[in-house]
Design a protein. Structure first.
Length: 398
């Protein structure tokens, strides 16, 4: 039986939209704190600027189910992109720390909407039998953005001007809107509930039935965020130069891992991808803890790329597969909420620890987090067979 077609015009348009969305975000990720510092921001204010974005994104995702029922996924995605553009321009027009904090909140809301509904629409477009493979390819745009955009953003800010940085980020967001416009995929609209739906904070924060992948995503978010944020400081502490190459090498191996990881998931299930991904990430952290040379750090980046490239799309696909088609927006919101909760909480706790014990010693605790991740994965797979069976059955019915 021939496979259903994956590479459609709509799917390619969504990959481009997602890539441009994340490029606009990563232009500002390392540069906005630098810009705010030039405006006189204190250390506490820099922390607020960094953290409030994630919490704003989490907050708006509590209402994505309401939004999709009222307006549809596409309109919510457009709204998120428009808010992101307005916020980006606002950072540089109103050049004060208070204004940056305000627009950081609105940008977090826009980014929360955009990421959630871009993934949800992609899940509608991708054939169910190839969802793992498709989600892996869908995330490659954001992977490229993570590797290239931060460095370009720093060049625009330091070598040209803040206005050039603003223009670049705004332009890329506009490109995201244009590519989305070429996607004509029909939305899978949510069914009206036959019984009252709970509106408690718990039910808004995560979708029912996604408990296990949600816990794993929180744990991995803490480990993943610590590497992305603190690896440069760890390299300085270890006396390793040119640590920026870590992300270029890691991105290459994310590219390598995602296509075969997705096909593996579609054929054998989430465990077949999450287990090797967790082991690979554990190896990366073990090398980081002991790294004394650039060669060791780049070796760690190989396992980092393989682990992250397997785990992120696998966890998202797992959540999308265990819910009904009309609940995929909520499942997508759940994934990003759990990732943001893990990342924000991990950075807060681990960053405080690093101030006391140093970054190298801190990574021993990150290694411990991934050991817990692996232990929980094995426990869930081998000792909770009933739940695993229910998930497989639900996937087969999509």
């Amino acid at each position: 039986m021939p496979q259903e077609k994956l590479w459609t015009r709509d799917f390619i348009a969504l990959i481009a939209t997602n890539g441009a969305l994340f490029a606009a975000f990563h232009f500002l990720l390392p540069t906005l704190p630098m810009y705010a510092t030039d405006l006189g921001a204190t250390g506490t204010e820099i922390g607020i600027i960094g953290g409030i974005f994630g919490y704003a994104a989490i907050f708006i995702r509590l209402f994505t189910d309401t939004g999709v029922r009222a307006f549809g996924k596409r309109k919510c995605l457009y709204a998120g992109l428009i808010l992101s553009i307005i916020s980006t321009i606002g950072y540089f027009i109103f050049d004060s720390v208070d204004a940056i904090i305000f627009f950081r909140i609105t940008h977090g809301i826009g980014f929360g909407l955009s990421t959630t509904f871009a993934a949800a629409i992609a899940a509608d477009v991708i054939p169910a039998a190839r969802r793992g493979e498709g989600i892996g390819y869908f995330g490659l745009g954001s992977t490229v953005a993570m590797a290239i955009a931060p460095a370009l953003g720093i060049v625009f800010l330091t070598d040209v001007s803040p206005l050039a940085l603003c223009a670049a980020s705004t332009l890329v967001s506009c490109i995201a809107m244009l590519t989305l416009f070429t996607c004509k995929a029909k939305e899978v609209m949510p069914e009206l509930p036959t019984k009252p739906v709970s509106t408690s904070l718990k039910n808004r924060l995560y979708e029912n039935g996604t408990g296990v992948p949600s816990i794993l995503t929180i744990l991995f978010g803490a480990a993943y965020g610590s590497v992305n944020t603190f690896i440069a400081m760890m390299a300085i502490e270890a006396g390793i130069e040119s640590a920026g190459i870590f992300f270029l090498t890691g991105t290459l191996f994310i590219f390598i891992s995602r296509p075969f990881g997705g096909r593996l998931l579609d054929r054998y299930g989430a465990f077949s991808v999450i287990l090797p991904g967790a082991i690979s990430y554990l190896i990366a952290l073990a090398i980081i803890v002991n790294a004394t040379t650039l060669t060791m750090l780049l070796t760690a980046s190989v396992f980092y790329g393989l682990g992250a490239g397997l785990l992120l799309p696998a966890l998202m696909t797992w959540m999308l597969n265990v819910v009904r088609a009309d609940r995929r927006s909520s499942a997508s919101a759940t994934f990003y909420n759990m990732l943001d909760i893990g990342t924000a909480t991990g950075l807060l706790v681990l960053g405080h620890m690093a101030g006391d014990i140093g970054y190298i010693a801190m990574y021993k605790y990150v290694l411990g987090i991934m050991i817990i991740f692996l232990a929980f994965t094995l426990l869930q797979h081998f000792f909770i067979p009933a739940q695993q069976g229910e998930e497989v059955q639900e996937v087969s019915e999509l």
